[in-house]
Design a protein. Sequence first.
Length: 319
Amino acid sequence: HSNQLRQARAMGDYLIVGVHTDEEIAKHKGPPVFTQEERYKMVQAIKWVDEIAPGAPYVTTLETLDKYNCDFCVHGDDITLTVDGKDTYEEVKTAGRYRECKRTQGVSTTDLVGRMLLMTKAHHSNIDEDLDYRKHTDNFGKGPKGHSPWTGVSQFLQTSQKIIQFASGKEPQPGDTIIYVAGAFDLFHIGHVDFLEKVHQLAEKPYIIVGLHFDQEVNRYKGKNYPIMNIHERTLSVLACRYVSEVVIGAPYAVTADLLDHFRVTLVCHGMTELVPDKDGSDPYEEPKRRGIFQLVDSGSNLTTDLIVQRIIKNRLAF
């Protein structure tokens, strides 16, 4: 989604994103995972979005474009149909007010839902006794068929060009407060956005660096089939957020003196989620606490990746 919005924004000067209501989605596609309020906030947090149009109709008409004073609308190169099989963009295409952007290969909502549903079949909490799991772990990243046992069969291929397109490219400026936060940021969601927004409000000129843990590390402290998204997908999801300035890909679990000095970090924040000790039982935030620069931040949101997976499973049963 972020990549589609990035491409759309590059085609013009101002991007308005129409977001459907829960009712509209349920009618045409099936039950939504997130509520409309969560989706409105989520889309607004993506850095290429200038404005959202809540409750946008499922079929985009010329009337909708005129209402928001839009020259044209943009959609991916996959056709969307209404519940009765009509092309939802027929009217705007005929009027020449339609543009297309490339779909991001290898990742889709359907694909991610599939990975989450795998969790109901195979819980990997008890790694030692699961030989098949160990065999997978040994093959991790080896050969063309090697895929992560944690992120299912992701077909998403990361390139340096894609990272450049998503990155802000901004260096910290004099007077910026450099804030470091770390975690999995799996299935980047509204709980993450709320947390980053709160962190962003802690300083007048915040420069937020997000440390992303490698898949193996996330699996160590999350267990089961986590992470759902691999490190490459998580990198782009986090970079797309307007509150984030920089991402450390594969950040160390313990926030070390070297890391703090290297990035000239002024403040280290963590959410209200459980703080799992490092492999050796030590506190990963020992150093920032010793320096007196550690702060717990309450996002006010109770949404977690776990809860999203539960919603998916519940939807699947209802469906």
